[in-house]
Design a protein around this ligand. Structure first.
Ligand SMILES: NC(=O)c1ccc[n+]([C@@H]2O[C@H](COP(=O)([O-])OP(=O)(O)OC[C@H]3O[C@@H](n4cnc5c(N)ncnc54)[C@H](O)[C@@H]3O)[C@@H](O)[C@H]2O)c1
Ligand SMILES: O=C(O)[C@H](O)[C@H](O)COP(=O)(O)O
Length: 332
């Protein structure tokens, strides 16, 4: 069996080598049809578009993305071509919730947001949104949730969030079609309708928020400040928006080692199931260095300002900062 794998999926290679005759690791953005022609399985991140152009005429019967989002996979084509595909639901949801918790604390410490008297609007309440809801409730915030596809009677519409939220955070998949399409759901009209000059947080996908409209809203003080992890046009991002945002990170909210190894384990389980192979065993995240004494402050475990400073100092490092991400744990 031959497996082609994105060379920046950490910790996974050794286990794949126990399962396959040949494992070929290639930078995600460079994986091309010639590379997968004689492969049986393809394992990617968000940087490989998996569609007919890549896969037609190949031997591939199994595609896995070691991520939660799967907007880079043409799922209609996969179905038509009879290729089994899988993502990793929930793998790094706790990592994104950690990013949110630290960002909210920083907004309190450095921007004067009073968490225990503020209302947060959570748009999209699946694996990530639910964990963010728990964090926000623990911090004493009033929580409003908008998730029309789920349609719970406890949830509110987006216009209630536009009216009442002091912080609005997006946790939806990127979708371009259908009545719940999320592409540019925060557009100029959305920003015009805001009542409370909120903080905007986006860790979902860049194009969920119209980046130009957000920049205008920041400049016109209809948005108080922004925390942005995902960008339109990554890695060629809007540099004005980068400058204006309080926290601006290179799509690393989900980059805890815990989230990465969860994804690895889910991919390997699905691969073994598909090819009827015995599972070679769990992958565990590396430990923090000896001598790390946790004081209980979430910012000690993860402080997004450090990632933000690196990107602001040199935006051309967007992909390199992602590819060489330091060890981050959700817990000790
Ligand atoms: N920045 C990162 O590192 C990072 C990490 C993980 C996930 N993500 C992104 O976050 C997204 C959400 O992740 P998840 O695991 O919670 O996904 P999920 O599928 O578990 O939940 C998404 C939720 O959004 C809801 N939704 C869909 N369309 C909506 C709309 N128009 N309005 C309101 N709600 C809507 C769905 O009903 C669902 O409950 C992923 O698809 C991915 O794009 C980013
Ligand atoms: O969807 C996800 O899981 C996240 O956006 C993930 O962190 C993206 O990471 P990448 O595949 O780009 O390394």
């Amino acid at each position: 069996m031959k497996i082609v794998v994105d060379d920046k999926i950490p910790y996974i290679r050794e286990k794949l080598q126990m399962l396959a005759d040949q494992v070929v690791a290639i930078p995600g953005a460079k994986i091309a049809s010639a590379d997968v022609k004689d492969a049986d399985a393809l394992i990617v991140r968000t940087r490989t578009r998996c569609d007919e152009k890549l896969l037609a005429g190949s031997k591939v019967t199994f595609v896995a993305t070691a991520t939660i989002g799967f907007d880079h996979i043409d799922t209609d084509y996969m179905e038509r071509a009879g290729i089994t595909w899988t993502s990793c639901p929930g793998c790094n949801a706790a990592s994104v919730a950690q990013y949110l918790e630290s960002s909210l604390l920083l907004l309190q410490q450095q921007k004067g947001l009073q968490l225990n008297s503020a209302t947060i609007g959570i748009v999209g309440c699946g694996h990530v949104g639910q964990k963010v809801k728990n964090v926000a409730e623990r911090m004493g915030m009033r929580v409003l949730v908008c998730d029309p596809p789920v349609g719970s009677s406890d949830y509110v519409s987006l216009d209630v969030i536009e009216r009442e939220a002091d912080v609005i955070t997006f946790h939806v998949p990127l979708t371009r079609e259908g009545c719940y399409a999320t592409w540019h759901m925060a557009d100029e009209a959305f920003f015009q309708r805001l009542s409370r000059v909120p903080y905007i947080i986006n860790t979902s996908r860049g194009p969920v928020v119209d980046n130009n409209a957000l920049l205008t809203a920041l400049c016109e003080k209809r948005v108080r400040d922004a925390v942005i992890d995902v960008w339109e046009g990554e890695p060629d991002i809007n540099l004005q928006l980068l400058k204006q945002a309080f926290i601006a990170t290179p799509h690393i909210a989900g980059y805890s080692a815990d989230g990465k190894t969860n994804a690895d384990n889910m991919v390997i389980q699905a691969l073994c199931h598909h090819f009827h192979l015995p599972n070679p065993g769990r992958i565990d995240p590396p430990s923090l260095p000896d001598g790390f004494h946790f004081t209980g402050d979430p910012l000690q475990l993860y402080n997004p300002i450090k990632d933000s400073e690196k990107l602001k100092n040199d935006p051309s490092l967007f992909e390199s900062l992602r590819n060489n991400y330091p060890l981050r744990r959700e817990k000790i």
